[in-house]
Ligand binder design. Structure first.
Ligand SMILES: [Zn+2]
Length: 1153
């Protein structure tokens, strides 16, 4: 019976892909690891929000007698800073949270072993959440039809997928919008400006980290999903005969500009004129982005944001930009209900329309209102234009209750902001892959016409919620995975078996390949293999293969990876308390290194280096009584002075390591060395990994620009005057190619570099980050690091970074079916050819965005397929292949394309595209190109898909109705249009972060989440309903929370009730609230508990710990906060949403005329 179990002598199916060659390092690897448990991913479910620092491991004590200078093994003892002082006692362990369970039982879903041979015992291993798949308990190979496919594999494909939703033309009637009307005049006089901006403190913490993950927590209560229409789809049948497109989001009327749509409600407009003057009934020429409506430009030294507007923006605009405000309103449109003067309660009765906030309340920086009553602006009603909040809410209520079942080709998943479960029935979960469109044009011409980029955002090692099943690990033994003979695609649900099961035809290249004897299986009457449900690679979209030795460097199985901690011990690092903090933390953190699920302890070895101008290596061999230090002062030609004893097992060397970590802060306590090296540090780590013949990760904690004489030495070349010049791009480029070459060496070794930066001034993130970026590492920045306020954030980040799921020595290739191919890649990686994405390390938070182009025609019948294959080494040293498959529809009608787009993914792609563009083009060029591309996308829709309507209407595709607002957020982001206080390093940092972000992260990063805390229901677990990111939505009697994945702001209005202030801050008045708080006080009342629980929940959802900033209304920090109210005009000249929408409309009309 076990036809599958024949061992194979040859490796005919396990040839490495061409792109996997090139591992020339001598002696890569170590012993084969046959017995490595398959259950792994110890940290799969993410670092627990607060794992408790357990007490220090038993058995070590503060050591005495550190063999410093006099050490017999010391090579170059030229460190003058060694101090034979020792820590007297153990510090209390840091407090926070609960320890990860020792077994990982509840927090770590084990990697489910999935035998290819389909026996009952294996089936038992399938987690309950996979139950609906109901694989047969045992395969019954020779009884066609006997495979009791529980999800009845019906032959009627058409029954799946709802009928196409009625295609109403989503016209967004913009009747009142007369863009071309006489427009404005006169650049406003230099206004009152923005004085206080200079006093805004450096944005030190404002860019802390990325977030990831899901918008809302998964609730376990979502139980077994109700049967969905897509169940039972025979997954393995490649030709999906043009099923009806399942249009989950039927086109609806986009709230129009003029007639206020029912969906968003006519409601009171939130746009009262500044001084309360009534608005005119109509809306003549809208202002252009970059213009203030009635106010003068803000003096902003580093920006050219104020008028004149870019030429591209003023196209058909007759007359000077502002004239419309004063001229008579065009007669064509009736008064709009939304234009009455309204008072939403925000900021009292005098609430200015943006950007004329002037005088809204005393002391507020005047947003440029000219003196005197400004002319009443004539604007769109913000309530009548597409609202991100509404779209998010609608998707949640429409799609959040049922699981997303991946059986149907080309299904658009719920939004990233919706909380939903996924059931893999043959396509990869949207947690792994999201596409800009799930229905792609059949021809290149159509694609070009639409200008919709075809891209997939792939997160190969994404963390899944506990309710979902991790990819099964398939072990085909020595023969390795079954692959197409020609294109080397891996066996997947879309391969078609023919000739009674003896051969299969490749769904990617159509080549026919013999089924290897051990893999043979009979077909049932529908042509499906009878072991279909027993084999993940036949029935699931995502799974793993155990790789054979053919997939390893030098045909040797790898050794387990190593972590090397490299700590800057120069003056700043020591003085700030950072060195001590890191050493204390490591003592406990080292007990939580990633491990395979079943393993008692981590296989990862650790090593330690400290440095300033020279490097200190430490021998922490378990047999030593005390650690030994070796100093290398010749940094020009870095080498590792010791091999034995540098990388050790934590358990074995526990005492010595603890002793070392106690002594490091003391040894350098009196250092006066301020200069550091940097490249030699990476080189040292690289050399150590080379010598140990393993992959690994360097954790570098660094404080300053490396100006000491050494390779990779840098100079301060920061120059904000370059902003908005053709040379601005140099600020994003590394100042030397040295680091690119170093990165290449690191990738070849599988040496991933994670960088924790603690700058007090410019340290050239653009250059220091190169190696991190190209090795797939993570970068963290804590500007002006202060122990009291920043240590929680740093320690949480460090803990997560050390513990998180990571694959080493990774190579990713994306194969596609004939007709399209992957042409471009965005993310943190290195490419030595045009197809393979190489990453020394790839963690669970990193995404790679891949763009596809046509190279032939596609057919509606066969659709298009993607297969992402990631070869990597697990944290225990097991070599694996993770495969994700996704099938997409193809269309001959543009309307089908526009009905199946995903704007969040589109924005992810566009942002990454633009952020790469700034490396080579002037920022303005990049911005204009973005605007132009989006205008073309929308114009093409208008021309080809929308029903005829007057040119005065802006018509947006339902799926893209948020494209303008989100695009505007990208355009005014700090990389493309920096706020005055944003530093060059901030911009380089953000650029690097965004490049690896997934769709959920870019979504909240560009359009932050704004929650009215005072509206929270203290008795429920739910979040208060979000509101739109505009100042006019704020009421000064309320408290709000804003998060963007990097920061959390808590904004307190001046009129907040005293009781609320007392409950939340523990002080009796608004004036007593301290803006310096980095956490909220722990107070025993429902409101305090609710707010803190909301904050904790948000922190858990993000991949980085967000910095908490308390903002009091009218306080100087409010400027920082307002920067994130992205629907408003920004201080750097970024347009308001309303203005930008008008501008987009103009652009579109231009393209159409
Ligand atoms: Zn093929």
């Amino acid at each position: 019976m076990s036809v599958n179990q024949q061992a194979h002598t040859g490796p005919p199916y396990g040839q490495p892909q061409p792109g996997y060659h090139g591992y020339q390092q001598p002696a890569y690897g170590g012993q084969p690891l046959p017995g490595v448990p398959q259950s792994q991913y110890g940290v799969y479910n993410g670092p627990m929000p607060g794992y408790q620092q357990p007490g220090p491991p038993q058995g070590y004590f503060p050591s005495l007698g550190f063999p410093a200078k006099g050490s017999p093994v010391s090579l170059n003892s030229d460190t003058s800073t060694l101090a034979p002082n020792f820590i007297g006692s153990l510090r209390a362990p840091p407090t926070s949270g609960a320890p990860p369970p020792a077994s990982g039982a509840s927090l770590t879903s084990g990697h489910v072993a999935y035998s290819p041979f389909g026996h009952g015992d294996v089936q038992n291993g399938i987690p309950a959440s996979a139950a609906p798949m109901q694989r047969t308990p045992a395969s019954q190979p020779f009884l066609p039809g006997s495979a009791p496919a529980p999800v009845s594999q019906t032959s009627t494909l058409q029954q799946y997928g709802p009928p196409p939703a009625s295609v109403q033309q989503l016209s967004n009637h913009m009747a009142g919008m007369t863009i071309g009307s006489p427009a404005a005049s006169a650049p406003p006089p230099a206004g009152l400006g923005y004085g206080p901006s200079t006093s805004v403190p450096p944005v030190s913490g404002s860019f802390s980290a990325t977030g990831s993950g899901l918008y809302t927590p998964y609730t376990a209560s979502q139980g077994p999903p109700p049967t969905s229409v897509s169940q039972g789809l025979p997954l393995a049948q490649p030709p999906f005969p043009g099923q009806p497109v399942s249009t989950q989001r039927p086109p609806t009327q986009v709230p129009g500009f003029a007639p206020p749509p029912s969906s968003t409600g006519v409601g009171p407009s939130s746009y009262p004129p500044t001084t309360g003057a009534p608005r005119p009934p109509t809306m003549p020429g809208p202002p252009l982005p970059g213009q203030t409506v009635a106010g003068p430009p803000m003096p902003q030294p580093n920006h050219v944001s104020s008028p004149p507007p870019p030429s591209t923006m003023s196209g058909p605009h007759p007359g000077p930009p502002m004239s419309g405000l004063h001229g008579p309103p065009p007669p064509t449109h009736p008064p709009q209900p939304g234009y009455q003067m309204q008072q939403n309660g925000s900021f009292g009765q005098v609430r200015g329309p943006q950007p004329n906030y002037g005088g809204a309340y005393p002391g507020t920086p005047n947003y440029g209102s000219p003196p005197g009553p400004p002319p009443p602006p004539k604007r769109l009603d913000p309530d009548s234009i597409p609202s991100p909040i509404q779209v998010i809410e609608d998707d949640r209520s429409n799609r959040g209750s049922e699981p997303f079942v991946t059986g149907v080709r080309g299904q658009v998943p719920p939004l990233v902001t919706t909380n939903f479960l996924v059931k893999d029935q043959g396509n990869a979960s949207p947690r792994y892959i999201r596409c800009t469109s799930y229905n792609i044009p059949c021809t290149s011409d159509m694609a070009k016409q639409s200008q919709v980029p075809l891209a997939a955002v792939i997160k190969p090692l994404a963390t899944l919620p506990p309710e979902e099943t991790l990819p099964y690990l398939v072990d085909h033994g020595e023969s390795g995975p079954v692959r197409c003979n020609r294109c080397k695609a891996y066996m997947c649900p879309f391969m078609q078996f023919i000739e009674g099961g003896r051969r299969f035809q490749c769904c990617f290249c159509s080549c026919v390949t013999e089924v290897p004897p051990h893999y043979f299986q009979h077909l049932d009457h529908t042509g499906k293999r009878v072991d279909f449900y027993d084999r993940p690679e036949l029935s699931l979209g995502s799974y793993e293969f155990l790789a054979t030795v053919d997939y390893c460097k030098n045909n040797k199985f790898p050794s387990p990876p190593a972590f090397i901690f490299m700590i800057d011990v120069s003056y700043n690092a020591v003085k700030s308390g950072l060195v001590r903090l890191i050493c204390e933390e490591l003592k406990s953190l080292l007990n939580y290194l990633p491990r395979e699920g079943n393993m008692e302890e981590s296989a990862i070895r650790v090593g330690f280096v400290t440095y300033n101008k020279v490097l200190h290596f430490y021998n922490v061999k378990s047999s030593l009584a005390q650690p030994q230090m070796m100093v290398v002062s010749d940094v020009a030609d870095m080498f590792v002075p010791l091999l034995d004893g540098f990388l050790v097992n934590v358990n074995e060397s526990r005492t010595v390591i603890a002793s070392l970590l106690d002594q490091i802060p003391e040894m350098f306590a009196d250092t006066r060395e301020t200069e550091t090296v940097f490249a030699p540090v990476i080189q040292a780590g690289l050399e150590a990994l080379k010598a140990a013949e393993c992959a690994g990760k360097l954790f570098i904690f660094h404080t300053s620009l490396p100006i000491a004489e050494a390779p990779g030495k840098l100079k301060n070349r920061d120059d904000k005057k370059l902003i908005n010049t053709d040379k601005e791009k140099t600020l994003f480029q590394p100042q030397t190619s040295f680091y690119n070459n170093l990165a290449k060496d690191c990738v070849a070794q599988g040496c991933c570099v994670d960088l924790f930066l603690f700058p007090n001034q410019y340290l050239d993130v653009a250059t220091l980050g190169v190696v991190t970026y190209q090795t797939g590492g993570s970068i963290y920045k804590y500007a002006y690091f202060q122990l009291e306020t920043d240590q929680d954030r740093f320690l949480n980040d460090l803990r997560r970074d050390v513990q998180k799921e990571v694959g080493f020595d990774a190579v990713m290739r994306v194969r596609t079916s004939t007709g399209i191919r992957a042409t471009d890649f965005f993310g943190a990686f290195y490419m030595s050819n045009t197809t393979d994405v190489e990453m020394a390390g790839l963690d669970c938070d990193k995404t790679i965005t891949v763009e596809f182009k046509h190279d032939d025609k596609l057919s509606e019948d066969s659709g298009a397929l993607l297969q992402c294959a990631l070869l990597y080494t697990s944290c225990a040293g097991q070599r694996r292949l993770r495969i994700h498959n996704l099938s997409l529809n193809c269309c001959t009608q543009l309307a089908d394309l526009y009905r199946n787009c995903e704007t969040d993914t589109l924005i992810n792609y566009l942002a990454k595209y633009a952020y790469r563009g700034v490396l080579s083009s002037p920022v303005k060029t990049v911005r204009d190109a973005l605007i132009n591309q989006c205008a073309q996308i929308l114009a093409c829709y208008r021309k080809n898909c929308a029903s005829p309507s007057s040119a005065g209407q802006l018509i947006l595709p339902e799926c893209m109705k948020l494209l303008p607002v989100y695009l505007n957020c990208v355009l005014k982001s700090d990389v493309l249009q920096p706020a005055p206080e944003v530093t060059t390093d901030d911009r380089a940092y953000i650029r690097q972060l965004v490049t690896s972000m997934d769709v959920a992260e870019t979504n909240v990063f560009f359009y932050p989440r704004l929650l009215p805390l005072t509206k929270a229901d203290v008795d429920s677990d739910s979040l208060p309903p979000a509101i739109r990111n505009s100042e006019e939505r704020l009421s000064k009697g309320d408290i709000y929370l804003l998060e963007n994945g990097l920061n959390i702001f808590v904004w307190v209005g001046v009129n907040v009730q005293q009781g609320l202030i007392q409950n939340l801050f523990g002080v009796s008045s608004f004036g007593q609230i301290s803006s310096a708080l980095s956490t909220l006080p722990v107070l025993e009342n429902p409101f305090s508990k609710k707010v803190r629980s909301i904050i904790n929940m948000l922190q858990m959802q993000r991949s980085r710990y967000m910095k908490l900033i308390i903002v009091k209304q009218e306080d100087k920090l409010e400027m920082l906060f307002k920067h994130f109210l992205v629907e408003d005009k920004s201080l750097s000249g970024g347009a308001s949403y309303v203005d930008f929408l008008c501008h987009m409309h103009k652009e579109i009309r231009q393209l159409l005329s």
